[in-house]
Design a binder for this molecule. Sequence first.
Ligand code: ACO
Length: 326
Amino acid sequence: NFGVAITGSGSAVPTNFLSNEVLTQLVETSDEWIATRTGIRSRRLATANDSLQAIATQASLQAIAMAGIAPTDIDLIILATSTPDDLFGSACQIQAALGATQAVAFDMTAACSGFVFGLVTAAQYIRTGVYQNILLIGADILSRWVDWEDRRTCVLFGDGAGAVVMQASKRDRLLGFELKSDGTQNRCLNLAYQPQVQALVNDIDVAKGNYQPITMNGKEVYRFAVQRVPEVIDKALFRANLKVDQIDWLLLHQANQRILDAVADRLHIPHHKVISNLAHYGNTSAASIPLALDEAVRADKIKDGDIIAASGFGAGLTWGAAIFSW
Ligand code: ACO
């Protein structure tokens, strides 16, 4: 049996800032409303010159350097994203940019749970001995799909990318996990295809179309997260044979500070163990966990051997937790 370890991390965001103040010029809102309801003060915004591939590649290069491997050592690249540059997938574009010539590469979509789902997926390839070196990326440019006239959603999201290198290791550092989906709640959060019927010939129609901007029932998503996230963390802890007070860091999808606080309170985890960077980045979807992880690692907050409880939650609906040691 082969164990799994995360041996490198990296992150990258577009250079453009969008502050709450500037948002007040777009929609009827205020810095005070956004900050007290969400904890968000600013977010990064991709321009037409930015691409998902570029920020994901930048984050990946940092993770690869920290792991001390070469791009050609990578066996598999998994890109967790809902916003690829190309609907056919962006993982291969990143593979080319990295020169990771030996890697097979594919995209994976599980919205804001994408990084945790990807972590567990990647671990299976390592545990079965199929691959030794995997690059897992969580990256999203949700600003492409935001309705900038909808104040209920446009204040929440930001753009970014995070990456980790996962390697085969004698000691298995993925201690437990639990993943869940509930498609009956799909309508809570969507970025849905909107068909527009176009007559081809005679009585043959095709559905050409585009994607609708993000729609969300904020209250439902809030309730879902606060209830379901503690449940999956409990289950993953049980699988890891650990108790909640053994967690050093609670690393949740950075959606909303009130969700972070409420989940910590439900689990009786003190707030100083909660990693939070959403004031600066907003909700960056699949990027939020690896982005926050990388910042905490580089700030020397997370130390060798620390136990991290990570949980992603979002559209699908999907949610999941992974307990791992650094
Ligand atoms: N500025 C000012 N007022 C606003 C804004 C805004 N940006 N947005 C909504 N309001 C108004 C509403 O119109 C409403 O006014 P009304 O009472 O006159 O109708 C009032 O503020 C209260 O609105 P609520 O929706 O009840 O506000 P709530 O306290 O629920 O906060 C929020 C909204 C922040 C979206 C909250 O529901 C939330 O955080 N939900 C979770 C959302 C989330 O995390 N989604 C992402 C997770 S999944 C993923 O990452 C893809």
